[in-house]
Write a protein of this length. Sequence first.
Length: 311
Amino acid sequence: MLINDDATFEGAQTFSVTLSNPSGVGLGAPVVAGVTIGDNPVEPAGNVIDDAQNFVCQHYHDFLNRHPDQSGWDFWTNQITSCGADAACRDAKRTNVSAAFLLSIESQNTGYLVERLYRAAYGDAIGTSTAGGNHELAVPVVRFNEFLADTQQITQGVVVLQTGWEQVLETNTEAFITRFVQRSRFTTAFPSSMTPSQFVDTVNANAGNPLSQSERNQLVSDLSASIKTRAQVLRAVATDADLINSEFNRAFVLMEYFGYLRRNPNDPQDPDYTGFEFWLTKLNQFKGNYVEAELVRAFLSSLEYRQRFGP
């Protein structure tokens, strides 16, 4: 369980865990257990997110869905504390450290992959924006709760640079995508009556047609000959280099909402996608340079982000 620190006095929080419907085993007593999360005896005077160690730990929770490994935690914390009392240096380092989590191998191969899988499977959603006048725009279809639950399945036990991490990631990814294509939402969108050509063409169109003609033909051939499964074809499209490049900026902005604010871009704090479109337009204008676009810094300094952890 990932428990985040904050500077708000809340008292003890309790909940119950109930075990039921066992499979292949018998349940002893008791089947209900109470869990209590104790609050800090004394809350810090300032906002805990201003502490370098807490800041880094929170990024492991928000972007990698795990507890920090000690070496990584120490390394990234030191990047910030090495500035000493130089406020401008610390601000710049916090931005760079934060972006490093979004751009990390671990994040790119877990959360970013999930976003592209949804794109390839279901195409775009349609949102509204008031930027430059009321209009509709194509937006990522994956929602925060879906993204979080699915990403956690891939990240389970993955710690990049730890011995054997590549195999753990591969095993998790393969198992997740196999389950993904067995969901009723997917089988409804892609009934078994679809021919291999129809399946590949639909997935490719949903993803914005990243496949070359030869890549498309090869996937149709592989699926027809049972060399590849539907799950493997979906993964091939989702990991196509052209899709990775074309979707990158849009996914980067989406991960800002998911990671920092823990919500969808059009949740009640923003009635539509105006904010999302603003930041995506700015990131595109700066050709993906998040520093010049001040994208990461803006989310880190936002009142909504800071209020997650206290005054």
